[in-house]
Ligand binder design. Structure first.
Ligand code: AMP
Ligand code: MG
Length: 401
């Protein structure tokens, strides 16, 4: 059986960034730039006031205060009509261009009104350049301000807008289809009859895909029936990733691997030396429009989510053109808050919670117990084997986000 790292390597070997596409900037949140973006303007485009107040000339600096004649008022969007001479000033608002001859801007709170359009300006703390932002201080026209490969946060959406980009080339957003399989499943808004349970995995995996920056597509619930599964799975094979839950273990109705192979999805591996999550199935479907990565996730919700975190999330990062976290940074190390007696033939990813610099292994009832898993903010990694962990011992920890 494959180790976790070997399974992840096989998945990532099949995974390359999606084709770039041109999109409206407002739709690109979380996507990765596929072009270098240069400024098409100087920013700010003029020397500008950074305070509401008055602009004063160099010859008036150095005094405790000065009585000055107000020449005009300049607000943001105006252009100055006059140059400043010593003895004169202009009222100026934040963002407005300063007139020629300005040495500094003095904030409004230091300005007292006098009769006949004159003001007294307290200058004690005013040095040359105060409250002025120079043209091009933020960026110069032609300068690359966002290189290809940048992941777009709200901040970058703002920057793109500042440099006149309404559309931009980004790596495509992964499209993820989710199909929950099982005769026992009913949708969340139905009361389960005897023997039935609600479909936890469908909504959970759609949410996990969305949280990871993908576009989710709900294929609903598929019954444990070859024909119906084949129909739904074929629909899912139109996306970049198809997530199935259930039907990949050793039960008589675990039909998923067989149906996938029938549909020409090439199995890359089945089963990983992992707890929870051993039954994971992974394969690839090649078709005219490209390929679909197919994950047959275990049916138990905790197993499904752990497999999503360990295997699907890195694949999504790679498809989206992002650095894969597991390749680019080591896992966090935290100290166990309690001793722990460990014995398992598989690597265990134990639900855990950070307590300051310590990590607490949570009590839970295994892979069907999503409720107690919900207290976890991370997974503690306990490698296969027998081992007595003492309190304060360092263990690797995987963030759950
Ligand atoms: P399976 O691998 O299909 O036998 O599923 C393993 C366990 O997970 C069974 O107890 C199923 O009832 C449960 N299970 C499967 N799919 C779901 C789902 N979508 N939501 C909640 N539990 C599920
Ligand atoms: Mg099943």
């Amino acid at each position: 059986m494959l180790e976790v790292s070997a399974a992840l390597d096989l998945i990532l070997q099949q995974t390359a960034p999606l084709a770039a596409q041109r999109l409206p900037v407002a739709k690109t949140l979380g996507q990765v730039l596929a072009e270098d973006v240069a400024a098409d303007v100087d920013s700010p485009p003029h020397d500008k006031a950074m305070m509401d107040g008055v602009a004063v000339a160099a010859g008036d600096l150095g005094q405790a205060d000065a009585e000055l004649q107000v020449l005009e008022t300049i607000t943001a969007g105006d252009t100055p009509q006059t140059a400043l001479e010593p003895g004169a000033c202009v009222r100026i608002m934040t963002g407005a261009p300063i007139p020629p001859g300005t040495a500094a801007v003095v904030m409004r709170e230091q300005v007292a009104e006098l009769p006949n359009g004159r003001v007294r300006v307290a200058l004690t703390n005013t040095t040359a350049g105060k409250h002025i932002m120079r043209r091009g201080a933020s960026m110069h026209c032609g300068e690359v301000i966002l290189p290809r490969g940048t992941c777009l946060r709200p901040l970058e959406v703002g920057l793109l807008s500042e440099v006149g980009r309404a559309q931009v080339m980004v790596v495509g957003r992964p499209q993820v289809a989710v199909l929950a399989t099982g005769n026992e499943l009913v949708p969340a808004d139905e009361q389960p009859s005897p023997g039935m349970i609600r479909n936890t995995n469908g909504p959970m995996l759609l949410a996990a895909a969305t949280a990871a920056g993908a576009a989710p597509h709900d294929l609903g619930i598929g019954r444990d029936d070859r024909e119906q599964l084949a129909e739904r799975i074929a629909e899912g094979l139109q996306r970049d990733i198809l997530l199935l839950s259930g039907g990949v273990s050793a039960g008589v109705l675990d039909l998923v691997p067989g149906v996938l192979q029938q549909l020409g999805v090439r199995q890359v591996f089945h089963k990983v030396r992992l707890k929870p999550g051993k039954p994971l199935w992974f394969g690839v479907s090649q078709h005219a429009e490209g390929q679909t990565l197919v994950f047959g996730l275990p049916g138990n919700p905790v197993s499904a989510l752990v497999c999503f975190r360990l295997f699907v999330q890195p694949a999504l990062q790679r498809l989206a053109g992002q650095a894969v976290a597991s390749e680019s940074k080591p896992l966090e190390m935290l100290r166990l808050s309690e001793p722990y007696e460990h014995s398992s033939e598989r690597s265990v990813y134990w639900p855990a919670r950070r307590r300051g610099t310590m990590v607490e292994l949570l009590a839970w009832h295994g892979s069907a117990d999503l409720r107690h898993f919900s207290a976890a903010d991370c997974l503690a990694v306990l490698p296969a084997g027998e081992r007595r962990y003492s309190q304060g011992e360092l263990v690797e920890v995987l963030d759950l986000g």
